[in-house]
Design a protein around this ligand. Structure first.
Ligand SMILES: Cc1ncc(COP(=O)(O)O)c(C=O)c1O
Length: 472
């Protein structure tokens, strides 16, 4: 077995060391002072090549959309143009000091224009770029709703959430101090009669994502809007699935009062990469006074940060949010333009429907009527569980789809191919799924080729090993 880097050390082995006169000498002993250590540091002394190989092999163990197809439903793991990463690293933006309002006119202009574009794309009247993730956007939006009702002296403490909702929706409502009321679905869509039963003068809002997590468009949205508004509640749009609708329909036109975007996901920043995100929030006129401070405004030819907003809920993030993510989103929006964004959504929907069709003989899709950017298949009628299919896919070099969510589909496999994949990739993936399903006995023991093979999940959860040495 290949030795780990920890076991390859030999006293005195090292990489290229510049002469002492050029650089300060790095002394292992000085890395972490003795007073902070309980034991001696057990660091291997290894050659430069060993270190390079160690980190390169770790990098190869990472899975990413740059490596292969990543059909993680609801998470929109699409390819993000590298040019936007380059732009986000321009020193003019990177080195700007956030407090020098006069010296960062370019950055403020960009934020102002990004607010404007997002407002136009969503059909809303104002935008804050502060929230740092989708869930943070939900929390911010709900705080705006709370401030609005409080201002009207209305005591509304319930938020209605469909049973197909993303888990962050009820979690955000709960964190914001609301009671979560679940509304049942019928044929995968909000059951209108059930909704009528749960709305009341306690309803603060209904949270909805459209298309919903089954990839279905809530076609009764205008009726839903009327029911909630007639009861005095507001409508929150979870914009995480906006990549299905860009340039086609606007949440503002559907009657939503507030929404968040997942700028990471829809507009060019990877989701779930451990890096920053942006859950920018857009509102209609009635919620505008409560937006977090500051908002970027333009007076004559100068861009300013407006703090003078007496009804504001305050700040929800440091400075102005994830500026780099907003920058990438802005670059993406203007590069694609109005038609390009619309085409991106059309391709996302086309790809999901193509993949669904490729798999139709081997996997059921219980809610099948009018699937948009993603679909939820069920492994119930196969000889494998959703977990076994997901694990087997890893051995073929694919990231697994989201499984066991939404809960209303038994043995759910939630598949979102995204717009950036080619038909050939989708065909290869479908062939692999078919091969897995055709060989259930063989597939059940996979993966065997991954760095960590098929794990005993119960054992893994009960006996966590968190030391780096043992994991690699
Ligand atoms: C439908 C939906 N809502 C909300 C979120 C939460 O977004 P975030 O992960 O940025 O908090 C997601 C994330 O994928 C989502 O798919």
């Amino acid at each position: 077995m290949t030795k780990l880097i920890w076991d390859r050390g030999q006293k005195g082995r090292r990489g290229y060391v510049p002469s002492v006169s050029q650089t300060p000498q790095v002394n292992l002993e000085n890395l972490l002072g003795k007073e902070y250590r309980e034991e001696d540091l057990d660091l291997p002394e290894v050659s430069e090549l060993d270190v390079v190989r160690h980190f390169t092999s770790l990098a190869h163990k990472n899975y990413s959309v740059d490596a292969n197809f990543y059909p993680l439903g609801s998470c929109t793991m699409k390819y993000n143009p590298k040019v936007n990463e380059e732009i986000a690293r321009f020193p003019e933006f990177l080195e700007a000091h956030p407090l020098c309002e006069e010296a960062i006119q370019g950055s403020l202009e960009l934020m102002y224009k990004a607010q404007d574009l997002l407002a136009r794309i969503s059909g809303m009247s104002a935008v804050t770029l502060q929230p740092l993730a989708g869930a943070h956007g939900e929390f911010t939006g709900l705080m705006l709703i709370k401030a609005y009702h409080r201002d009207k002296l209305e005591d509304r403490d319930e938020v209605i959430v469909p049973d197909s909702a993303h888990g962050t929706n009820p979690a955000s409502a709960n964190m914001c101090g609301f009671k979560v009321i679940e509304v049942k679905s019928k044929d995968g869509l909000v059951d209108i009669e059930e909704l009528r039963k749960v709305v009341s003068n306690k309803t603060a809002a209904l949270m909805l994502t459209n298309p919903n997590t089954l990839g279905l468009f809530e076609k009764d949205i205008l009726e839903i809007e009327k029911i909630v508004h007639d009861a005095g509640g507001l409508l929150y749009y979870d914009g995480a699935n906006l990549n299905a609708l860009l340039g086609k329909v606007r949440p503002g036109d559907m009657g939503f009062d507030v929404m968040h975007f997942n700028l990471h996901k829809t507009f060019s920043t990877p989701h779930g990469g451990g890096g920053p995100g942006s859950g920018a929030v857009a509102v209609n006129d009635i919620l505008k006074p409560y937006l977090p401070i500051p908002i970027t405004i333009k007076e004559d030819d100068t861009y300013k940060l407006d703090y003078n907003r007496p009804k504001s809920i305050g700040k929800v993030a440091t400075f102005y949010g994830s500026f780099g993510v907003v920058l990438k989103a802005y670059s993406y929006m203007i590069t694609l333009g109005k038609h390009g964004l619309k085409e991106a959504s059309e391709l996302a929907v086309l790809n999901a429907n193509y993949l669904k069709a490729l798999l139709k003989d081997v996997l059921d899709v219980p809610y099948n009527n009018g699937v948009m950017h993603e679909f939820v298949a069920s492994a119930k009628n196969t000889k494998l569980t959703a977990l076994e299919i997901a694990k087997a896919l890893l051995d073929y070099g694919y990231h697994a789809p989201t499984i066991y969510f939404p809960l209303i589909v038994p043995e759910a496999l939630m598949i979102e191919p995204t717009e950036t994949e080619s038909p050939e990739t989708l065909e290869d993936f479908a062939d692999v799924v078919k091969e897995i399903l055709a060989n259930p006995e063989k597939s059940k023991v996979l993966p065997q080729k991954t760095p960590v093979k098929r794990v005993d999940e119960v054992h893994a959860a009960r006996h966590l090993v968190l030391t780096r040495k043992d994991l690699i």
